[in-house]
Design a protein around this ligand. Structure first.
Ligand SMILES: *Cc1c(COP(=O)(O)O)cnc(C)c1O
Length: 399
């Protein structure tokens, strides 16, 4: 595989991804069914709105809802869904956005859901021209706060399901929906990374948004699913602010193919393979001084476990973040899941590996841990350097 790896032709590092599904790493491994559909459609002309009708039927079936369409990303879906909730099918209003004069233009979101997935969720709302109305505090939202935030200008409420959000003290979706519906406010769920295609709509949400390029293994794209009138209003934004979020025929057919493949996938076999990888790494780390490996379930109940690797620098002779950096360097770079590394641990995520790569991960862990143990000093660089490194590199890009 290495010889034909297009990455070496492009001068890019052959990274192994145990970080998860990250836009910055190329999202996911696109499933063969989607790759085939994409290459089949690329040389052909199609009537895009008819292709989107086809996507609507597939999305409706897979999500147990009325309608859907494919857009550029889940992030685009947030903006288009919010825009549609404000304009309905009024084409003149659609062309006027982001000017919302005369429209309901307030969008509620719990403060604990105002997270960043690489860009702020609330910016996706503001892009449509809407005004964001935060509900509650970072670590708490109560029914009276949501109810009290609804006015005659409220167009919609956005609910985010993600490991990024505050995981306690906030309103569960069911209660959030009940309060919003009692006042006629539609609920849009950002479920970009959630494997559950039906549950949020079944709980009563009016729209659910997903990424094509995450767990589904589709091309870059976003899925908008839900009530026909709201989905149509979001779709019509393609004649307005949605133009800059255009999706091509390849992403529409690729998403359809990925959804159909998801329906047929042997999910138990995938889970079993992931579990074997976790067991291998657990075994590999079991006798390593200063390293504790424990399996942890996904925080939003996706059917996925990760290996939490806690590093005690005095014993291991290296901090968790320096180990993450060491693993990410050299000829066989391994990118670990390091969102919380300041607490002295990172995760190994088994869901984006080609067969055999789990062995490379195990070998690299041994290699770097043994190198650290041989070091006379404890490898411990200040965390603030690492924290600011990404932003500094970006300011120098494309250097
Ligand atoms: C990834 C993600 C998004 C953005 O999805 P894209 O399809 O990459 O735009 C939005 N919300 C959440 C919670 C996410 O995890």
């Amino acid at each position: 595989m290495d010889q034909q790896d297009i990455r070496s032709e492009l001068g890019l590092r052959p990274i192994v991804n145990v970080s998860g599904t990250m836009t910055s790493l190329g999202a996911s491994i696109v499933v063969p069914e989607a790759v085939a559909a994409i290459s089949a459609i690329l040389p052909q002309f199609v009537e895009i709105n008819d292709l989107q009708k086809k996507s609507s039927r597939v999305i409706a079936r897979l999500c147990g809802t009325e309608a859907g369409f494919v857009t550029a990303s889940c992030s685009a879906g947030i903006t288009l869904a919010v825009a549609g909730a404000m304009t309905g099918s009024n084409l003149a209003a659609i062309e006027r956005l982001p000017d919302t004069t005369g429209l309901k233009n307030e969008v509620l979101i719990m403060t604990g859901h105002m997270v960043s997935y690489g860009a702020p969720v609330e910016q996706g709302i503001r892009l449509a021209g809407a005004k964001v109305v935060p509900v509650g505090q970072a670590t708490g939202a109560r029914a009276y706060q949501l109810d009290g935030a609804i006015t005659d200008k409220t167009a919609a409420a956005v609910y985010v399901v993600s490991h990024h959000t505050v995981q306690y003290g906030l309103l569960p979706l069911e209660e959030f929906v009940a309060i919003c519906h009692a006042r006629g406010v539609p609920v849009i769920v950002d479920a970009a990374s959630e494997y559950d295609l039906k549950g949020f709509l079944a709980t009563g949400a009016d729209m659910a948004l997903y990424s094509s390029h995450k767990f589904l293994g589709g091309p870059t794209g976003g899925i908008v699913a839900g009530r026909t009138d709201l989905v149509r209003a979001a779709f019509l934004q393609n004649m307005g602010i949605g133009r800059g979020m255009k999706v091509g025929k390849e992403s529409i057919v690729g998403t359809i193919a990925a959804l159909e493949a998801w329906e047929k996938r042997d999910h138990a076999a995938v889970r079993a393979r992931e579990t074997r990888n976790l067991e291998l790494w657990e075994q590999t780390l079991s006798a390593k001084p200063g390293v504790t490996a424990t399996r942890e379930a996904d925080p939003t109940n996706n059917p996925l476990d990760r290996l939490k690797v806690a590093v005690e620098p005095k014993e291991a002779h290296i901090t968790a973040w320096d180990l993450a950096d060491a693993l990410a360097s050299g000829q066989r770079p391994i990118i670990v899941r390091d969102h919380e590394v300041e607490h002295g641990f990172f995760y190994l995520d088994p869901c984006n590996l080609h067969p055999g790569q789990e062995v490379i991960v195990a070998e690299r862990l041994v290699e770097e841990l043994e190198k650290a143990r041989r070091s006379n000093e404890i490898i411990a660089t200040p965390l603030e350097h690492r924290r600011n490194r990404g932003a500094e590199a970006l300011r120098r890009w494309p250097e």
